[in-house]
Write a protein that binds this ligand. Structure first.
Ligand SMILES: [Fe+2]
Length: 505
């Protein structure tokens, strides 16, 4: 690193949001930080662009630095920095840090992906989603940091858009410019909210411990939005026409980019940002990371809470969650894959999930794939026909943990299981289904493909993959009412390579 030169206005606290890395390749990784001494109120930076130095080394003390440079943190991107550090060796740990003026950032640990074509080995990662800050603390992130995984996969609801309302005095949301409609709208709104979430020490620890692979769900923009249609059933102040919502989405997507260690090309002011992408870890595992919000058609029936009759989803012939282009990209990738395990990481639950309340008609959550049944049938048929080895679907969104057998047609239990779905519970967001017992009884009657369900605990899923076996530890934290709490494994579920379907270890 060049000699440290103080910059007027840059002092301790400029790295209040920590550092992060993400999207590991065999030869590179994205390094991230954002200069923000006042992260919940505009950032607190001078309006000019600032030069930031960076280094990546083989050792934690930076005796063996392999790459480094200087990059501009621009005011137009909220003084965030995304360094695409290349020229690294595959499958090994690295350490990285930044410097602004004479202030050094914390040191993060990252790890590159295994070399293309390399066989075998072991891959360990955490699956996480849904961290409503107002609902409690995040001991699950301390546990993820302690695991030192190869990467963390986050499948959405990294922030929530709601107005301040919390039982915890230190966890009340930042106030948006226009309160009362329970959503963020402006770029400043979204930036301040990310500033608040990313100030949490447990979240920072999990970013310091490993590279992350992220995708968004709805709450990074607005609950249950679909494409350019805002929250279904909205009326009054909350309802916006598509042109107005496009501006909100552009602000949400820009703030997401500014705060995530993601490899993406942001066009400022545009409501579009491609984040679906594919990452490979040798021949062991290919990770298809989907975006099922930006290109989806509206939920059928558009009920405010997403719940409606099963037939609405079955009849949704033109409905799609990925859009045609992303669907083709996914199917082409599955057909071409030579990986031992082929993962589809997405947002809302893929498996059929039906419910009956006191003898009511059969209902479902139309925001999940049950709202898009012809689309789901097409995707699962393509998964089967692609001959991609050992497909696994990973999901979040529902704030409880599940292991599901996936079939092309869930109503024909005599047909083969083609893949397994693991759904992680939430980091902190509330469990909103009727009751634990109700869900179990309902599953036994209506959803026989569900192998595991637990709703009363927050946590994450810890995954270990080898050539022969996929192992998911369903991790639960004792409480989210305290900053720190013990984490344990509730149950472990295993998939043997070449043998579709999960079994309890
Ligand atoms: Fe959520």
């Amino acid at each position: 690193m060049r000699a440290a030169t103080p910059i007027p206005g840059i002092s301790d606290g400029v790295f209040s949001l920590g550092v992060a890395s993400g999207d590991p390749l065999p030869d590179g990784v994205i390094l991230w930080t954002r200069l923000a001494p006042e992260p919940t109120s505009g950032g607190g930076m001078p309006l000019r662009d600032i030069e930031v130095d960076w280094q990546i080394a083989r050792d934690e003390k930076f005796a063996d630095v392999v790459r480094g440079g200087t990059q501009l943190a621009t005011a137009s991107f909220a003084h965030s920095v995304h360094v695409d550090a290349r020229g690294l060796e595959p499958g090994r740990d690295y350490f990285y840090r930044f410097r602004a003026g004479d202030v050094l950032s914390p040191v993060g640990r990252t790890r590159t992906a295994a070399a293309a074509g390399s066989a075998g080995g072991q891959l360990a990662f955490a699956l996480a989603s849904c961290q409503d800050l107002q609902n409690g603390y995040w001991p699950a992130f301390d546990a993820i940091a302690a695991d030192h995984p190869d990467f963390v996969l986050h499948v959405g609801d990294y922030i929530y858009e709601y107005d301040p309302d919390s039982d915890y005095a230190d966890r009340r949301h930042t106030a948006p410019e226009k309160p009362g409609i329970d959503q963020l709208q402006t770029l400043a709104d979204y930036r301040n909210r990310y500033g608040q979430y990313k100030s949490d020490p447990a979240l920072q620890a999990a970013h310091l411990a490993a590279p992350w692979v992220v995708t968004w769900d709805d709450h990074e923009t607005e609950n249950n939005y679909a494409g350019l249609v805002d929250e279904s059933g909205d009326t009054g102040d909350k309802h916006q026409d598509q042109a107005t919502f496009a501006k909100q989405r552009a602000a949400a997507y820009q703030a997401y980019y500014e705060h995530m260690p993601i490899r993406a090309e942001l066009d400022p002011g545009s409501p579009d940002l491609r984040i679906y992408r594919r990452l490979s870890f040798g021949d062991l595992l290919t990770l298809n990371v989907l975006d099922t919000r930006q290109y989806r058609t509206p939920q059928p029936g558009s009920p405010a809470d997403g719940i409606g009759a099963v037939s609405l989803g079955r009849d949704n012939a033109a409905g799609t969650m990925t859009g045609a282009e992303q669907e083709k990209w996914l199917v082409d990738g599955l057909r071409a894959s030579r990986s031992r395990w082929n993962v589809i990481a997405q947002q809302t639950m893929m498996a059929q999930l039906h419910g009956q309340l006191n003898g009511s008609e059969t209902l479902t959550n139309l925001d999940q794939a049950d709202g898009y049944v012809p689309y789901r049938t097409r995707i699962l048929s393509a998964v089967r026909d692609s001959k991609a080895a050992n497909p696994v679907v990973l999901s979040g969104d529902i704030h409880c943990a599940w292991v599901n057998d996936l079939r092309v047609d869930f109503d024909r239990p005599e047909t083969p299981v083609i893949a397994t779905e693991f759904v992680c519970t939430s980091i902190s967001s509330g469990f909103f289904l009727v009751s634990e017992d109700f869900v179990r009884e309902n599953n036994a009657r209506l959803n026989p493909h569900v192998r595991y369900f637990r709703g009363d605990r927050r946590g994450y899923t810890r995954v270990t993959v080898t050539n022969d076996e996929w192992r998911s530890d369903m991790r639960v934290v004792e409480t989210i009412e305290k900053r720190t709490a013990p984490t344990s494994t509730d149950q472990t579920w295993v998939v043997e390579a070449g043998k579709p379907g999960a079994s309890r270890a």
